[in-house]
Write a protein that binds this ligand. Structure first.
Ligand code: FES
Length: 132
């Protein structure tokens, strides 16, 4: 990622193209994988924001085939995150480049601590995420 993008905090992960692919009801986010081609490949991701979500959320289709979700705010200055090509790692979009593993554990960088990871479950071709 370019220096200027990092300076501005511009990440690569986008919101899904089909806005109707997810819903947020009673503290649970449900992502319909049939309507979310952005998550079809291992190592891919989407970000979810707005619609009364208590916080921004990053959803990652891990290199191990599992789905992971995180509060999408680096614990340094709150920048958004992207998965890395390096399996099992995500990194914030800042000059600090704080890096975390799929459990949210900080691996490197200036972040103050671990990321908050969210509980996920895959059921009926949907990823269910507990938002709190
Ligand atoms: S926001 Fe500064 S290291 Fe992540």
């Amino acid at each position: 990622m370019g220096f200027f993008k990092r300076l501005l905090g511009i990440c690569q992960t986008r919101e899904p193209s089909d806005a109707g692919c997810w819903m947020f009801v009673k503290s649970e986010i449900s992502v319909d994988l049939a309507r979310t081609p952005e998550l079809s490949l291992k190592g891919s991701s989407i970000r979810l924001e707005g619609r009364s979500l208590p916080t921004r959320v990053l959803v990652v289709h891990g290199h191990d085939g599992e789905f992971y979700a995180f509060v999408n705010k680096c614990t340094h200055a709150g920048r958004r995150l992207d998965p890395l090509a390096d399996p099992g790692k995500i990194q914030c979009c800042s000059i600090g480049k704080s890096t975390f593993d799929y459990t949210g554990k900080k691996l490197s960088g200036t972040a103050k601590g671990d990321l908050k990871s969210l509980t996920t479950e895959t059921k009926d071709n949907k990823v269910i995420i507990k938002s709190s």
